[in-house]
Design a protein. Sequence first.
Length: 200
Amino acid sequence: MRKLLIMVAVLSFLLSTALLAQEYVVDKGVIHFSGTVSFESRGGDLYEVYDDDLRERRVSIYSINPSFLYFVMPNLSIGGEFLYDRLSTTDESLSIFGLGPRAAYYFGEEDRGSYPYMGASFLFAKIGEDGTITVNRNFYPEGTLIRITPFAGVVFMVSKNVGVSVEVYAKIDSFKAKGGDKSYKGDIFGLRFGIAGFIF
């Protein structure tokens, strides 16, 4: 435990020393933490669900997407993203956990009030075992999801190190049930809001 604390202290010192040279929030070497929350209502071939009377119902989704990025050069950041989705209908629900790389390019230099950006993420996700969702009249308690998400947005700076973001996105999904051979494909378009922090 003592060694771990010493290591964390040394890394923190080195990181803070290295970051002193950064001049603005999208400069090389800046660390960027962000998180978005969103709500969606999904339908279509992949996401339509049915009750016992075969009446179609939509799926409601609450989503949290924290991410960690590092600016490898001015304006270009590369890192990772975590996904937590909670899907629910009237009497069914399940959770999706995912992880994957994320990259974004920010427009603008030096200190500005806002920074437009665009990028994409690739996620591999696991469907949880806490429930089932009826997809095309079949029940899939488990499975995997591959998701590609191109996005574009703007970070509005509210202080030197903190901003709020507004982002539009498209999710391109491919779902495969555990033990199944068939993949179901779908796409989602949405708008999400978040908070962004920059360490430099």
